[in-house]
Each structure stands twice: as C-alpha cells, then as structure tokens.
Write a protein that binds this ligand. Structure first.
Ligand code: SAM
Length: 210
C-alpha cells in the first residue's frame, strides 16, 4: 500500500497547535441532529461498563448520558475545556501532531472515539496505530466527521477531498496503521438535514486474524 507523502499533511497555518487552541472554545462544532447521530453510534458500539478513550476531546464528549462507563479518558489541546467536560474521569493535554504516543498500556480501553477532529491530524497513521495498541482486540474506534472545520488547521489532503474522499482517506489511514480489521465506512450520511455526519468504524485486529 502506498504511503501518503508528508506534503499531503501540510496546513495553511503551521503555527504551533498550542497557540491555536490556547483559548477555550465552549461551543459545539456540529448541530443537535449531528450530535444525536454521534451519540447513537456510541450507544451502538460502546458497551456499558467499557473504558472509553475520547481523543481530540473538548468540553463535550457526546456519549450517551444514560449509559455508565467504567472509565472515560479525554485527550485534547485545551485544559480548560477538558476540565469542564462532565464525562471525563481523567484528561491529558497532548499535542498528537507533536507526540502521537499515547500514555497508556496495551489493551487498556474497550472503545475509542475521534469526533469532528480527524482532519487536524498531521500524523494520523501513527495516531491510529497507537489507538489500536491501547484498545483490546476487537474493540471499536468510531471516527465521525462533518463538512465544517477550522480550514487553516485542516491538512491539505483533507481540504482537497469531498465527503466520499474523506471516508476513503480515513479507511486508508487505518489500513496503513496495520492493526485494524477492515474499516466500515458507513456509506450514507447519518443525518437527514442540517449538518451532515459521516462515520468510519474499525475494530482492533485480533491475534487470530489472518
Ligand atoms: C472541532 S474540535 C472537536 C472537539 C470535540 N471532539 C467535539 O466533538 O466537539 C477539535 C478538537 O481537536 C483537538 N485537537 C486539535 N488539534 C489537536 C492536536 N494536535 N492534538 C490533540 N488534539 C487536537 C482540539 O483540542 C479540539 O478539541
């Protein structure tokens, strides 16, 4: 499989992400129906009692409020946002573009999420390989995206593609990471009006997988 060249991950704004995310943004980035679609996916893929990793997290996680999880950990860029997130038991400020290594042991989590943020990763294959490492075998990663973003911080390959291209791009990252089963690109948008919402779900490979 051909690797995507580094130039595809250039951004208009190459200033440190720490600066861009220094001030908290207590806003939601998608509308209520798109948030409901994200929550519904989590309801489907994250079982009660699971340990969940919310990557690229903020003050909201969109997890179903009625389900009890054993542990929810957030990683994001702004500590004030993460501190206000009522779902998180634990959080870390970490720039994944600088350091994609996740500070967790192998197989510590039962599920992971990246919501409306994957377009900001300049080293997505390394990050996804790390997410696979910290998930137990067969555990799901749910990646959702819409059609809006901080344009100057989105990578060139993301900016150049349409929604269908984004689904394929994420699937490519996961395949290149090498520790995922074949991803499921939900082939239709998950909302009927308002903000579009798309998802790619992949499960961590099992040692028994060929
Ligand atoms: C559009 S917001 C989405 C936040 C949240 N996931 C949601 O669903 O509302 C983008 C998020 O990506 C995170 N982010 C952006 N660049 C990052 C980086 N280099 N490392 C880690 N997180 C990053 C920011 O902290 C921010 O919370």
């Amino acid at each position: 499989m051909a690797s995507i060249p580094d130039s595809a991950f250039q951004r208009f704004d190459e200033s440190p992400d720490e600066e861009f995310y220094r001030l908290p943004r207590f806003v939601t980035h998608i509308d209520d129906s798109a948030i409901a679609a994200v929550t519904q996916l989590y309801r489907r893929y994250f079982r009660p009692g699971a340990a969940i990793l919310d990557l690229m997290s903020s003050w909201v996680s969109h997890l179903p409020p009625e389900i009890e999880y054993s542990r929810i950990v957030g990683i994001g860029m702004n500590g004030q946002e993460l501190a206000e997130n009522p779902f998180l038991d634990e959080w870390h400020v970490q720039n994944l573009n600088r350091d994609p290594h996740l500070p967790f042991a192998d197989g510590e989590f039962d599920g992971a999420a990246i919501c409306v943020s994957v377009q900001y990763l300049t080293r997505p294959v390394e990050v996804m390989r790390e997410v696979g490492r910290v998930l137990r075998p067969r555990a799901p990663l749910v990646i959702t995206f819409s059609n809006r973003c901080f344009h100057t911080k989105a990578t060139a390959c993301w900016r150049l593609l349409d929604d269908d291209g984004h689904l394929r791009l994420i699937a490519h990252f996961l395949r290149e990471a090498g520790n995922w089963r074949e991803p499921d690109c939900c082939d239709a948008r998950l909302t009927t009006d308002g903000d579009p919402l798309y998802a790619v779900v992949a499960c961590r490979r099992d040692d028994q997988d060929s």
